[in-house]
Design a protein around this ligand. Structure first.
Ligand SMILES: [Zn+2]
Ligand SMILES: [Zn+2]
Length: 399
């Protein structure tokens, strides 16, 4: 026997084991998806949704036990069966790990359905939501949205893969989405795209001449009077900060002041005002802040003051994101065709579509550009800077 081969063989089996666990989770999530769209399973899955109140306490023991017996047990049995067939066909013992993993869910589900071991699983633990929705592993806040935000989204139970693939990591249906810079080229394109997704758009604009389609709520605001928007922001689910100014080649002090006032501090002020509105447990799940920091964070924009002010904004958002009370997404966009930039390569309509498509797949840094360097430079910058800020600063109330 060649002992040198043993670790490699074990490693391969372990890898296959991990693959089989991810496969098991996918099978469960597909079964869950069927519970929403395939009529024979719908009435059983509805029991699961009826079993919980918004604070995740159970509505009644009887409904809870019934939901376990008619929804969770068959779901887990399906997982056990499918993973067993796959393991048998693959003829590798590592693949049985997925089957064992599935059994570890089946046994508690049977016990709960019969009135034993009644504490609920991790994603249904009762109480207020304390974390923001997780990114790769499903936490309580992530799953809470499936029950109380939108039943036809957030299908995943453990890993968030299926939602990312089918674009159900975020539902915009019925959400109140406010957007600054709404009268600009991208603002208009985003307003249209978000409306198509079923969002109720609130157009925030400093342009008193701007015209919007019927059905769009319009609010005028002024630079320096950001606090006037505070009351309206209370009822906003998603705030998109998209306003900005480009002074191009002007290097006067007035140009410096204007760039920082609009691109950095007005945006930051509105961001903070919005974050202050995250007060209830449900806000941690539903509210989101999106900020258009632009590709100028890492690449030249042939406009030094635009780059400087946008970079400062981007850096400060990276800093504030460490204590984010809700999801904060950055929009890192390349040049697009607009009145201000006739040489832009991408169309704003396409960019708006891409932003929404990536947000629905839970990208927290939404990069849309034709510049390949940004796709490498931005994540590296963001990870390293975030780490540096984490090491050298402390959270609220400390120090
Ligand atoms: Zn659930
Ligand atoms: Zn469901």
């Amino acid at each position: 026997m060649d002992f040198n081969l043993l670790p490699t063989h074990l490693l391969i089996q372990l890898m296959l084991g991990l693959v089989s666990i991810i496969f098991a989770d996918l099978v469960r999530d597909l079964y869950h998806l069927a519970g929403h769209y395939w009529q024979p399973l719908q009435k059983f899955h509805t029991l699961h949704h009826k079993a919980y109140r918004p604070d995740l306490t159970i509505t009644s023991l009887e409904t809870y036990q019934k939901a376990q017996w008619y929804n969770d047990v068959p779901e887990d049995l399906f997982m056990v069966g499918t993973t067993a067939v796959l393991a048998y066909l693959s003829q590798s013992y590592g693949m049985w790990l997925g089957c064992l993993y599935s059994i570890s869910f089946l046994i508690p589900a049977i016990a709960r359905s019969q009135g034993f071991w009644l504490q609920t699983d991790l994603t249904h633990k009762p109480g207020a939501l304390v974390e923001i929705p997780s990114h790769w592993r499903v936490n309580r806040t992530y799953h809470w949205r499936h029950h109380f935000d939108q039943g036809n989204a957030y299908f995943c139970s453990n890993v968030t893969l299926l939602d990312k693939v089918i674009g159900t990591s975020l539902s915009l249906k019925g959400k109140v989405v406010a957007i600054t810079g709404a009268s600009g080229t991208l603002g208009q394109a985003l307003t249209e795209e978000l409306s198509l997704q079923g969002a109720k758009v609130v157009a925030l604009t400093t342009n008193t001449q701007a015209e919007f389609k019927p059905g769009i709520e319009v609010m005028h605001w002024q630079l320096g009077s950001e606090t006037d928007l505070k009351n309206r922001l209370q009822g906003v689910d998603i705030l998109i900060l998209n306003h900005g100014v480009n002074v191009y080649g002007d290097r006067s002090f007035a140009a410096i002041q204007k760039s920082y006032e609009v691109n950095t501090f007005s945006t930051l002020k509105l961001a903070e005002l919005f974050l202050e509105t995250v007060t209830k447990s449900s806000h941690k799940a539903l509210k989101e802040l999106w900020i258009n920091t632009s590709e100028a964070e890492v690449s030249p924009a042939l406009s030094p003051l635009y780059e400087l002010s946008k970079r400062t904004l981007g850096d400060l958002i990276t800093l504030r994101r460490l204590d984010a009370p809700c999801i904060i997404r950055k929009l890192v966009l390349g040049p697009f065709k607009s009145d201000l930039n006739p040489y832009g390569v991408m169309s704003s309509k396409w960019i708006a579509w891409a932003i929404v498509a990536l947000a629905k797949r839970d990208f927290r840094n939404i990069i849309v550009t034709v510049n390949p360097i940004t796709y490498v430079a931005f994540p590296v910058k963001e990870i390293l800077q975030s780490l540096y800020f984490r090491l050298c600063t402390s959270g609220k109330g400390e120090r």
